[in-house]
Design a protein around this ligand. Structure first.
Ligand code: F6P
Length: 567
């Protein structure tokens, strides 16, 4: 339990720091190298540079004081020990046990979870080997949504330049028939394996898509029982439901109910990844995440990568009052990372009451968004450079490429560094030329003074016209914060470490906000309403219950019912 008085005092000290720093320029703060070094961290496979933040040494001390007051170190160990960190569902959150080695932690809860995970992994290994040996499939369709899709999709895409050891993996998540239609158009039902991934084995989108694919196979002449027994695998915490669906036990891969979907890649949910790239690659993915778990558990808060990133996030969200954060991986293979982090962070920390059920007194998770660099420079970086809303950016770069186009890689990384530098120092077109001629950088005293304009007006429309002579249409204010994470090479280990880095960052922020990061009751209402509305769309008469909803829903459902072809 955190010390409430200490926590309040730490927040109060942080507010004082924010008041002092709000008008300061980041470049000026970067003039102190010891401060810069404290805002950087070495974590397994990752160099984290958070020095381009509106944080000075005193503010960092106050952030660390908050972490101490919230007992972050104890929380980090409690998670890995299998404590009940999800009190609303009375569960642990033992995703770290999925990638741990026996004996890593001393608690019975950990030992049981690690033992079951290892057993499930052996069943997975055997099934991968059997499928590889039969070589009966050219394609796998991984059917799942949310945490049952985003991690596996990201991992498959991230490793797409590796030699495939098994069938090509495709992903089907959306209940929109266009997704299925586009997919099966190019696949041969006789050479396709369907992997149904659903912790509940009850998510409508997944179950409809699974049924649609089984129909697709039977329409191709395969008996349904054969399709279910030889062309389908189930990955679920609800084995009984998978059996009832018709999947034989030997093709049901279990994982524990205590594993949250957004934390489940490390379980048998990673089956399609192992099929595509081999169990060794999957084990390497686990090893990378395990190395991050050990870093987090053994490193003091001050040098702890995920903790530092979490504290910077709290600073920007709660002290600088920034409502969003952008994640921009400068590697095409990580294009799915922003979406993965959207679920990880926003489904974990998109809460408005604390663990005791009391309304939060400060904001929780920012809106997480982003896209792949360098593409997004040509989409929305204009708004970051000259818009009225400040957006902290996380740049993620990979040092060693897995292609032979060295000049392209240098260009990519140059753009990533340039965008961070431009967000920081601002200026306008001519400024770049002067820097090239040797203007200094860090001290903020370069001979091309970055535009002295304070950050953009907080309220759109109010002008912060400054005395600069530069053309206001061309002026780039700069003074915007960003982090940069550098990954050595995008191996399965490094990917595992990168994802675990963000899992721990998310957990630490949940601890600092005193919320439960491991439940997600907010997603249930929409599912229930969909069940009420659906009948109104499949019959000409409107469904009474749907009529009880709002007038817009009635209007829209009425129009759709008249237009939509029903089965
Ligand atoms: O979005 C709600 C959610 O429960 C996610 O947490 C989960 O990853 C997803 O739906 C899919 O759930 P399941 O794996 O049970 O099909």
């Amino acid at each position: 339990m955190s010390d409430a008085a200490g926590v309040d005092a730490a927040w109060a000290r942080l507010e004082e720091c924010a008041a002092r720093l709000r008008g300061s320029r980041i470049l000026d703060l970067m003039g102190e190298d010891s401060r810069n070094q404290r805002l950087r961290a070495e974590a397994p496979h990752i160099h984290f540079d958070g020095s381009r933040q509106r944080i000075d040494a005193a503010a960092l001390d106050a952030l660390l004081e908050l972490a101490e007051s919230c007992n972050v170190s104890a929380a980090l160990n409690a998670l890995q020990d299998g404590a009940i960190v999800n009190p609303t569902e009375g569960r642990a959150a033992l995703h770290t046990a999925l990638r741990a080695e026996a004996g890593d932690r001393a608690t019975p809860a950990f030992a049981e979870a690690q033992h079951h995970a290892a057993a499930a992994r052996e069943q997975m290994r055997d099934l991968v080997a059997a499928i590889h040996a039969r070589a009966a499939f050219d394609d796998v369709v991984h059917v799942g949504i949310g945490g049952s899709e985003l991690g596996p999709r990201l991992a498959s895409d991230a490793m797409s330049l590796r030699k495939r050891l098994g069938p090509r993996c495709h992903f089907l998540a959306n209940v929109d028939g266009h997704a299925a239609a586009r997919l099966i158009r190019d696949l041969d039902p006789a050479r396709t394996l369907v992997v149904i991934v659903s912790k509940s084995f009850g998510t409508e989108e997944t179950m409809r898509n699974a049924g649609l694919l089984m129909d697709w196979m039977t329409e191709a002449g395969l008996a349904r029982s054969d399709a279910l027994s030889t062309r389908a695998v189930a990955v679920t915490a609800q084995a009984e439901r998978a059996r009832a669906f018709g999947i034989p036990d030997a093709r049901i891969l279990p994982f524990a109910d205590s594993i949250g979907g957004r934390y489940s890649l490390w379980s048998t949910v990673g089956f399609s990844f192992a099929l595509e790239y081999g169990m060794d690659a999957f084990e390497d993915l686990l090893a990378g995440a395990r190395s991050m778990d050990r870093h987090v558990a053994s490193t003091p808060l001050a040098g702890n990568g995920p903790v530092l990133a979490a504290l910077i996030g709290i600073w920007n969200r709660n002290l600088m009052r920034l409502p969003t954060r952008a994640v921009v991986p400068y590697d095409q293979r990580l294009r799915e990372l922003p979406m993965f982090l959207q679920q990880l962070e926003m489904e974990s920390n998109g809460k408005s009451v604390d663990v005791e059920g009391r309304r939060l007194v400060r904001d929780s998770v920012p809106v997480v968004w982003g896209g792949v660099g360098s593409n997004v420079q040509h989409a929305w970086f204009q708004a970051l450079h000259q818009g009225t809303q400040e957006v902290p950016v996380d740049f993620i770069g990979v040092i060693q490429p897995d292609h032979a186009f060295a000049a392209s890689h240098r260009a990519l990384l140059s753009h990533m560094l340039a965008q961070g530098a431009a967000l920081l120092r601002g200026g306008e077109g001519a400024g770049a030329a002067s820097i090239a001629a040797g203007g200094s950088a860090d001290t903020g005293a370069s001979d091309i003074a970055p535009s002295a304009t304070p950050r953009a007006a907080s309220a759109p429309g109010s002008s912060t016209a400054d005395v600069d002579t530069v053309d206001p249409h061309r002026r780039v204010p700069g003074d915007h914060p960003s982090n940069t994470l550098l990954v050595d090479r995008l191996t399965p280990e490094a990917l595992g470490a990168l994802l675990a880095f963000h899992e721990h960052q998310t957990h630490v922020q949940g601890v600092l906000w005193n919320i439960n990061s491991f439940d997600q009751f907010g997603v249930e209402l929409g599912k229930q309403l969909a069940g009420i509305i659906a009948p109104a769309l499949s019959s000409k008469k409107s469904a009474a219950k749907a009529d009880a909803l709002d007038s817009s829903t009635r209007n829209l459902a009425g129009r759709l019912a008249r237009a939509v072809k029903t089965d």
